[in-house]
Design a protein around this ligand. Structure first.
Ligand code: BG6
Length: 490
């Protein structure tokens, strides 16, 4: 059990992410004994606050997230506040002297983590100042943790990367994709590479298609301003969905090291068939939610939400068919789908195996079911394997059986747990579950082709799916054309 030592500087410490995720996660690490007493946090934001006021807000955010909260006073005593202007050198110099004092007081060995939990337009400016004003000039390690969105397209991502690379080298940059912190996303590799029964079948000879669904019940909420410019493609597909696909499709790494794993993921993204012009329509479907009933309540359409244009052309749903043109996957469609205001909150991966060569058995109502391996990412966590077995007493009839493995599956805990894991990894210097620049660049270049087409053609049929449904019918038709259907995930 390593107990890393560091000064954690959180830019955007009065924001939502810090309150909802970072403070509770740090607290949990503290309670589990994963942080030594030698750590301190400086909360950084524009508004003036005293250390005491800041500590009170940290306390409140932990209390609202976690019931069992002993040692909270000790924990918050490690928190300090600095009121900051991100464009002013004077402000950075003052911060530097706070950092030096804390470094000496807690014996932090000059280790610093800069966590950017704020509006992305300032990421580059902050990184440049950190270097110019001497905050990155340390004896220990310096690491930059950066939240998505990492750019808006390939061009802006390159710009941003150039700016942050002036102050940090690639291996000091920890780009967060919180899906990579989820237990069952990390488990994809273990399921594949630690079981003799799956890996030999994990290819185009035995798998007919793969379906990755991440559906949400929530709408856009208060994030209309951001979401109007982003849409589901940039918000979910460019990062979370493509990361899951890379983990599902990558070759076994020669070793479980950061570099080896990342380089296998990069190869998958390189093998993804790029789409041009008309192909976008053939391979991708977009949707926008209309009003509807959810949990017995009438909810508004996307274009009636705050900060959203009535005529909005922004997609809140995406379904797509990806082809990985390499030896292992040639010919196997990987379908992805994600959206807001759908019937259930659920992230699941279904691996559908090919039919057996000849069917000797029958089931009462239909032909034999194919074998399926389902990886439940959230809210339940676990795996299910669907097999066929003899129905008792009837020797010609087969019946589907389920082999189920459930992880602990604590509802709603998934996201904070992911942050807890990722923060700890960053403090220990393990970047495996963060995205490398090459992955970011490749996924943007894939996604840019799609957004180019979508932004330049207004979708006349919006809104085209009802809140509380599983998306527009075109998403179902996309699979039907190939002779498949979406396996139910709810
Ligand atoms: C975020 C997106 O990255 O992921 C949100 O910006 C989305 O729009 C969220 O709701 C989903 O994460 P989770 O962990 O709830 O599946």
């Amino acid at each position: 059990n390593e107990k890393p030592t560091a000064l954690i500087m959180i830019f955007g410490a009065t924001g939502d992410l810090a309150k909802r995720k970072l403070f509770p996660s740090l607290y949990r690490l503290y309670k589990k004994g994963r942080l030594s007493e030698r750590f301190a946090v400086v909360g950084i934001a524009r508004r003036p606050l005293s250390n005491e006021e800041f500590q009170a807000s940290v306390k409140a955010s932990v209390e609202s997230a976690i019931k069992d909260n002993g040692e909270l006073e000790d924990f918050i005593s490690h928190f300090y506040y600095h009121s900051h202007d991100v464009t002013d050198s004077g402000s950075y110099l003052a911060l530097k002297s706070v950092a030096e004092k804390l470094d000496a007081h807690y014996s932090l060995e000059g280790n610093r983590i800069f966590y950017l939990a704020m509006a992305p337009e300032f990421f580059g400016t902050i990184a440049e100042h950190l270097k110019a004003d001497g905050l990155t000039d340390v004896d220990g390690f310096k690491r930059l943790v950066i939240e998505k969105p990492f750019g808006h397209d390939l061009e802006s991502a390159k710009q941003l990367n150039k700016q942050i690379r002036k102050a940090f080298s690639e291996n000091e940059i920890y780009r967060i994709d919180h899906y990579l912190g989820k237990d069952m996303v990390q488990n994809i590799e273990v399921i594949r590479f630690a079981n003799a029964i799956f890996e030999p079948l994990w290819n185009n000879r035995y798998i007919s298609n793969i379906q990755v669904t991440s559906s949400e019940v929530l709408g856009v909420e208060e994030r209309g301003r951001y979401y109007e410019k982003s849409g589901a493609l940039r918000d979910m597909v460019q990062n979370h969905m493509l990361q899951m696909v890379a983990l599902l499709a990558m070759e076994p790494p020669i070793r479980l090291t950061t570099d080896e794993i990342r380089s296998e993921k990069v190869k998958v993204l390189r093998a993804m068939r790029p789409l041009e012009g008309d192909q976008v329509k053939e391979y991708f479907v977009r949707g926008q939610y209309g009003k509807g009933q959810l949990n017995g309540q009438e909810v508004p359409a996307y274009n009636e939400e705050p900060m959203v244009d009535e005529q909005s052309n922004t997609e809140t749903f995406v379904a797509g068919k990806l082809m990985i043109d390499n030896f292992r996957w040639a010919g196997v469609p990987i379908y992805i789908r994600t959206g807001k205001r759908m019937a259930a909150k659920s992230t699941k991966i279904v691996i559908q195996f090919k039919d057996i060569p000849m069917n000797l058995y029958y089931q009462t109502e239909q032909t034999l079911n194919p074998n399926l391996l389902v990886i439940h990412i959230q809210p339940e966590e676990g795996i299910t394997l669907y097999l066929n077995a003899q129905k008792s007493g009837q020797n010609m009839e087969a019946t589907p059986v389920k082999l189920n493995f459930a992880n602990k599956g604590i509802d709603d805990m998934n996201t904070p747990e992911a942050y807890e894991r990722l923060l700890y990894d960053c403090m220990r210097g393990d970047a495996t579950n963060f995205t490398h620049w090459d992955e970011v660049a490749l996924s943007w270049s894939f996604v840019d082709k799609i957004s180019d087409v979508w932004e330049n053609t207004k979708e006349a049929g919006f809104p085209n799916y009802e809140s509380g449904s599983m998306g527009p019918k075109e998403a179902d038709q996309m699979l039907e054309k190939d002779g498949f259907f979406w396996w139910p995930v709810t």
